[in-house]
Write a protein that binds this ligand. Structure first.
Ligand SMILES: NC(=O)c1ccc[n+]([C@@H]2O[C@H](COP(=O)([O-])OP(=O)(O)OC[C@H]3O[C@@H](n4cnc5c(N)ncnc54)[C@H](O)[C@@H]3O)[C@@H](O)[C@H]2O)c1
Length: 266
């Protein structure tokens, strides 16, 4: 996407962390930003910080009808959106075997279906506006190269699905001038480790993830924003944030390659 200036951009999970950083960076690049989040107070704060034409919208990305409502509200307030950052996400702690069904339901509904709902709600408007578009789905390095031995199994599975979904939909929309990127952050210093704050009470008690030590040296959401803007401008398939990407991918690939070699040897 050559020009961001003047475009309408939607950022889910824009009330905090990485989404807040993306919203600020898009506004700095001249976009009119719709900051969307389940936390109504947080979006008001972030839209206020940005000022100008930024607007706040409360939405639960896990509910398809709410994302359709968001698309209509953004269209009415700012005009048709041509940049969509499906960024809202949650994380929880625990082993995979014996994990409560509600844990799977919450994480998949927010992390995976939230992305799907965003695409379904906003792509029709991008198509009819005929002005191209860019979608950035927030995956994770956990989706490309999971930390084996961590207790982030459900989260990693959800993010692997976001990566595959993004790769496939990029190919599907390519001929229509709508680009798709998957943002794969390494560790970013945010409140994702307090994601439990947004777990619906109906799903029972949550399992917060202990804050890892590596967080101390990590970048914050504001450092991620400009990387996403550049990824949008260059329509990059993958947007990375960390210096551990090559090592993690190579470690994973080495495991796979080992079995390719055995397979080929017969
Ligand atoms: N922080 C990291 O190290 C890291 C690494 C890789 C990927 N990510 C991903 O980045 C994205 C942003 O996370 P973050 O680290 O900024 O965390 P964060 O907790 O600071 O921000 C997440 C935001 O999403 C919102 N949210 C949660 N559930 C929602 C829902 N159902 N509907 C709408 N909004 C909802 C929260 O209110 C919050 O404002 C997530 O998808 C996360 O998985 C984070």
């Amino acid at each position: 996407m050559d020009e961001i200036r003047g475009r309408v951009a939607v950022v889910t999970g824009g009330g905090d962390g990485i989404g807040r950083g993306i919203a600020h960076a898009l506004a700095a690049a001249g976009a009119r930003v719709a900051v969307a989040d389940i936390d109504a107070g947080a979006v008001e704060r972030v839209a206020g910080e940005i000022g100008g034409e930024a607007r706040a919208f409360q939405v639960d990305v896990s509910v398809a009808a709410e994302m359709v409502r968001l698309a209509n509200e953004v269209d009415a307030a700012l005009g048709p959106a041509s940049i969509l950052c499906n960024n809202a996400g949650v994380m929880l702690d625990g082993q995979l075997v014996g994990a409560p069904a509600n844990d799977w339901e919450w994480v998949l509904r927010v992390n995976l279906m939230g992305v799907v709902h965003g695409v379904e709600a906003f792509v029709p408007g991008m198509r009819s506006a005929g002005n191209g578009g860019q979608i950035v789905n927030t995956g994770s390095m956990a989706g490309l190269a999971p930390r084996l031995g961590s207790r982030l199994g459900i989260y990693s599975a959800s993010k692997a699905a976001v990566v595959s979904y993004s790769e496939m939909i990029r190919a599907e929309l390519e001929g229509e001038g709508i680009g798709v990127s998957v943002l794969c952050p390494s560790t970013v210093n945010t409140r994702i480790w307090e994601a439990d704050r947004n777990r619906p009470e109906t799903l029972g008690p949550g399992r917060p993830v202990p804050r890892p030590e590596r967080i101390a040296g990590a970048i914050d959401g504001f450092a991620v924003g400009p990387l996403v803007v550049r990824g949008i401008q260059e329509n990059r398939p993958y947007i990375f944030t960390g210096d551990d990407v090559r090592r993690r991918i190579e470690e994973r690939f080495a495991r796979i390659e080992d079995d390719i070699t055995r397979h080929e040897a017969g």
